[in-house]
Design a protein around this ligand. Structure first.
Ligand code: SF4
Length: 228
């Protein structure tokens, strides 16, 4: 497992738990608003695997959980073994994923390795290639969400409300998804690093928190568990 970054202690990344967040490089998407562009395009650091393992061993009893984030963790060929190692230390485990690889999530569900999943739903289905890059398919994400729902796994769906997502788009997304147990709308922040060709959409004025709350209210009819 390649780990290229770590937040040693976080109170906000794993609901209700004190967690360590591990960032893995590589992504099969190319979202224009990505905040981890160096993990997608490089160059990125590679942490010594022994350092990561020793850190986790030393923090047993001080941390409750570990979040595997990215990049896109489901691209890592040894994700299951890595998750097993973390579980064997007694940690709760959360996976952040773009939902593009339902076949990997299915294995993780079958092995009961993940305690909590966060799946991004990034755009109305038809807009996925425009927002996330050529080849990105909303159908795969919807398949992942359905797998999680059918297996009674604990999970949330998240959407970053970038400026181009209006009420109409958000309602379309709310309707495309099955009703999920928790749907979180996150505020958009301008990324530090982005492609020049995306400047026009990166620089649009972000929604205020009050505007996002109003958008969430409009989505409630289709996603009663939406929150900001
Ligand atoms: S899925 Fe996440 S890591 Fe990958 S490009 Fe999109 S925002 Fe960045």
């Amino acid at each position: 497992m390649i780990v290229s970054g770590m937040v040693k202690s976080s109170l906000i990344d794993f609901p209700g738990l004190i967690s360590c967040v591990l960032f893995v490089p590589g992504c099969n998407y190319d979202c224009f608003y990505c905040h981890n562009r160096s993990l997608v395009d490089g160059p990125y650091e590679v942490l010594n695997p022994d350092y990561v393992t020793e850190f986790l061993k030393k923090r047993v009893g001080m941390l409750d959980g570990v979040v595997i984030s990215g990049g896109e963790p489901t691209l890592q060929p040894d994700l299951l073994q890595f998750a097993q190692m973390i579980r064997s230390l007694g940690y709760k485990l959360k996976l952040d994923t773009n939902g593009s690889r339902p076949e990997v999530v299915k294995k993780l569900i079958e092995e009961r390795l993940i305690d909590y999943y966060a799946v991004d739903y990034k755009a109305p289905g038809l807009d996925y290639p425009e927002v996330c890059g050529a080849g990105a398919q909303a159908e795969k994400v919807l398949e992942t969400v359905k797998l999680l729902l059918d297996s009674n796994a604990s999970f949330e769906v998240r959407t970053t409300v970038y400026p181009q997502l209006g009420e109409g788009e958000l309602i379309t997304m709310a309707r495309e998804l099955p009703v999920v147990p928790r749907y979180v709308l996150n505020r958009y922040r301008k990324p530090d690093k982005y492609k020049d060709c995306d400047t026009f959409r990166i620089d649009e004025t972000p929604y205020s928190q009050a505007q996002i709350e109003a958008l969430a209210k409009a989505m409630k009819k289709y996603q009663p568990n939406v929150r900001t």
